[in-house]
Design a protein around this ligand. Sequence first.
Ligand code: GAL
Length: 435
Amino acid sequence: MRVRNPKRRLTVYAAVAMTGALALSGCGANEDEGSNNDKSEVEVFSWWTGPGEADGLKAMQADFEKKNPGTKFTNAAIAGGSGTQAKAVLASRLQNNKPPDSFQGHAGAELLDYIKAGQIEPLDDFFKQNNLNSVYPKQLLDQITYKGHIYSVPVNIHRSNVLWYNPEILEDAGVDGPPTSIAEFITALKAVDAETGKVPLSLGAQWTADHLLENVLLGSLGTDAYNALWEPGADWGGAAVTKALNEFAEIMKYTTMEAASTDWQGAAKAVVDDKAAFNIMGDWAYGYFVGAAPNGLGKKLDTDFKYAPAPGTEGTYMWLSDSFTLPKGAPHRGGALAWLKEVSSKEGQDLFNPKKGSIPARTDADKSLYKGYLQYAFERWNSPDIKLAGSFWHGVTANNKWHTDIDTAVGLFLQNKDVGKLQEALVNAAENSGQ
Ligand code: GAL
């Protein structure tokens, strides 16, 4: 579905159908009503255990505890980048009617799964009571709205299409600045390989190859064709996708997978440790790079590492948004609503995001807090000429089934390196997504 953002005249392809007005009255969570308003505790479920992300969560937790002294905060985070482990645990808890009080879910198609399964409550009244309808950008509200009801509270905007690179290794390889197209990228990878003995492109756990795939698809196909892939009846079998997948296969020849156990962090760290020239990762890597040691790496932008849009994606923000939900049957519903209030607040977002490596989802945040890469991200996200693409791996354009089927296809490709089979599997994944 094509959704227009009248304010910024942007176009975004939304996976979540919006079929009515955003704010309906008398619906969903109300802070004063409800069957269970137990505020004695709150169990918050996420996958933020690493440096940067865990620090951001801690900062928001401290603010929450200050404002809610009677509520015991339990951090139920489960390690595993992009929620690889957490989502499985969450699914089984939801199935067994043992939900946490609030869980992290990506705005977009991923959220829609929980909505359709009847696992989360609408938050229309909560949005009204806290005057939130006007503080979030419209295209983001569209992604958390289903049949006229709002279902989650976004805390940030992340950018998926970032190329992190080691300037010294590029210089040693005779590469004059970051590549701006897929063809230039392949040339640069070859040069690093031939000239430096360093890893051209670092990868970590398997999902980081999925993340790379979304970036290569965007860089090769262009924004409109990438966005169209997530529309019903999209052409996954065509020549443009074949070309993109051949490029993906070529790029994969220049990667070294760090131990899967080091997840995305090991791969990102290889760049700032002078072991790898490039890493394509979301901007949570920035929180990790610049975060103070011993948790963060304490590195300096421009000296230890630099950034650029992933090759071929200049002018486009491949975005995703972490949001928090109110599960049906949350044991401490009052605690959950207090947490959502923290997540939605300007203070909470401005405490969380500078550490997390993301920018606030609210439009009224304090711009001066966002420095270095984050200043760039802030400006690009708010620029009137930026185009938007939704990250499939991080829940915007693909539901959980589609996401898992693509991951399976990529996993097989890592074994057999067969582009034809990969494309066939991607065609089937799209056809069977049920989206
Ligand atoms: C994304 C998530 C980010 C960050 C990243 C790495 O899916 O939205 O907040 O946690 O995974 O784990």
